[in-house]
Design a protein around this ligand. Structure first.
Ligand SMILES: C[S@@+](CC[C@H](N)C(=O)[O-])C[C@H]1O[C@@H](n2cnc3c(N)ncnc32)[C@H](O)[C@@H]1O
Length: 238
């Protein structure tokens, strides 16, 4: 991770109160999920279902990687697509490909009218289908720099399939961001559906990393503690 030269010092394990921050962030995660806080924010007018902290972290990844393509599975209203598109617009380069099994007509119409839609392409279909994978492959050249964000169905098997498919597009130095890795832990705490216990994105990452040594968790992105996606930033290292 590149840091701004203006930064006076970088926080490390040694100069943080880890136990306190971990305890408080667990309380925050539970209370914020119970109160549905992630449904409260818009980005440039479109609802985005994320925490502000997670958006700030993805912004750092996008800025550092400067991808040709950001591929996101899970569009919903499209606020995250607009968020990525706004960073790419500021960088002056790149396209967002948004994939969703059900792009509602109303959401599509609003997105298509947005001034940043010029940087967005939509694909409707199951993100784990061969057809959708093939459509994405045809859109990007093998030399393209690609960043992948997984935010669709959060069950382990689905996320694992997405990891297997979309990791093929990610080159050395870029990332797959797996959102909502906190889901199974939150189920254990009774604030997410019990069917996610040991069965969410975090568990998919464990299986994926056993199968694929080209990626590792970049712990740098656990630095804000307040996050729905701890250990969710997978960097391609070889
Ligand atoms: C959590 S929302 C996405 C939120 C969005 N990324 C944001 O930050 O605003 C999850 C989306 O995943 C979509 N989805 C569920 N199963 C899917 C699948 N198999 N393939 C593609 N999209 C799927 C749903 O239709 C829903 O719109």
């Amino acid at each position: 991770m590149k840091h701004s030269p203006l930064r006076k010092y970088v926080l490390t394990k040694e100069n943080k109160d880890y136990d306190k921050l971990s305890e408080i962030s667990l309380c925050w995660a539970k209370a914020s999920i119970e109160n549905k806080l992630s449904y409260e924010i818009d980005w440039l007018g479109i609802p985005v279902i994320q925490s502000p902290e997670d958006l700030i972290l993805v912004q750092q990844v996008i800025y550092n990687v400067a991808p040709d393509y950001v591929i996101e599975t899970g569009v919903a209203h499209g606020g995250s697509l607009i968020f990525y598109a706004s960073i790419l617009e500021a960088i002056g380069h790149g396209t967002v490909i948004g994939i969703d099994i059900d792009i509602r007509k109303h959401n599509r119409q609003i997105l298509e009218k947005h001034r940043l839609f010029k940087r967005i392409e939509l694909i409707e279909g199951d993100s784990t289908s061969q057809e959708v994978g093939e459509t994405v492959r045809k859109k990007i050249s093998p030399r393209s720099k690609v960043l992948v964000c997984l935010d669709s169905n959060h069950y382990k098997d689905h996320v694992l399939k997405e990891l297997e498919i979309y990791s093929n597009f990610v080159g050395i130095g870029s990332y797959i961001v797996v959102f909502d890795t906190i889901t199974s832990l939150m189920s254990e705490h009774g604030v997410c559906d019990p069917s996610y216990i040991n069965n969410g994105p975090r568990e998919a990452i464990d299986v994926f990393l056993q199968q694929n040594q080209n990626f590792r968790i970049d712990g740098e992105f656990n630095k804000l503690f307040v996050s729905y996606s701890p250990d969710g930033y997978l960097k391609r290292i070889s």
